[in-house]
Design a protein around this ligand. Sequence first.
Ligand code: ZN
Length: 367
Amino acid sequence: MSLLLTIFAAVLGAVVGSFLNACIHRMPLGLSLTEPRRSFCPSCKKTIPWYENLPLLSWLALRGRCSTCGQGIAFRYFLVELLTGVLFWWVWESYGLPLAAPYWVFVSLLVTATFIDLEHFIIPDEITWGGVILGLGLSIALPEMMETSSRLTAAGLSLGAAAFGFGLLFLVVEAGKWAFGKIKHRFPDGEVFDWQREGDQAEIVLGTEKLIWMDVFSREKDVLTIELDGPVNVGGREVTASKLVFHYNQADLAGETLDLDSLERITGRMRSIVIPREAMGFGDVKFIACIGAFLGWQAVLFTLFSASVIGSLAGIAGMFLAKDRAGTRIPFGPFLALGAGIWIFGGRLLAEWYFSNLPNFRLFFEF
Ligand SMILES: [Zn+2]
């Protein structure tokens, strides 16, 4: 019986993972999660019959290709189903009933947020604010989540932890913007820059580096400043100036304001460039609130700490692997999800053991 339930948990996870794949694909594009109800091939739009939509098995049987058009189906589909299956099994083994149920919901949110953030650098509000509401509601329904028997206390602890996480990371993000909000690159011998727009999409090429405009201007008030080395070509017209300042949809050049929506190309040579950098987005701030609502304030501290440590290590590794890529961004959301996951699967016990064995440090750390 116990083995059967364990298998059930893993299979349930794989089935839920299949739904999460649809969320990961549809949510950032603003597509409905319920219509169409059936999965379809993103390439040829053919509705996928149920026997080709079995979690894990179908992807393997079809060798990761659509049976109609032969277009590859991303490995991500298989990975998300496998990961969710493993996480559901692990939650079941670690907690059993009744706590497994809310934690299944929670790990589903973690998986969805991680894969959307990796691809789009956003975590949708449905996940973050939706997660706060779910975490609060489930804490009231099941006060054990907050290690209390009172629903009112559980509600207070859940909401308090959400607010605590939100406030703490908000301050960190604001401080980070102030301290590390920009990257400056100098080119003593001069370097070419080439801004181009096609329809709604724009990009800027800096030497051998290409930046997507949307990625550079993640905040509306950001500016990208270029110290010029010679005249600028603005849509075929030569302008001489010392500085070119880009905003998201306009540029300042020699006392003139250029409307970027009416221009297709601006090129020239530069001596230096200052690029705005987003270390962490507001989505992460809302995401840690969701983690707090489900796991409590201790988990907020643990998650922020472990996510920062792992994220820094990954950032250093990435710098060595990718050289100095201008404006390269690593989303922070997956590290938050990882930190929260570590808390669920052992971090909590580790923290409890630590604090119960070091009573003197306890006073020191509980500020
Ligand atoms: Zn297809």
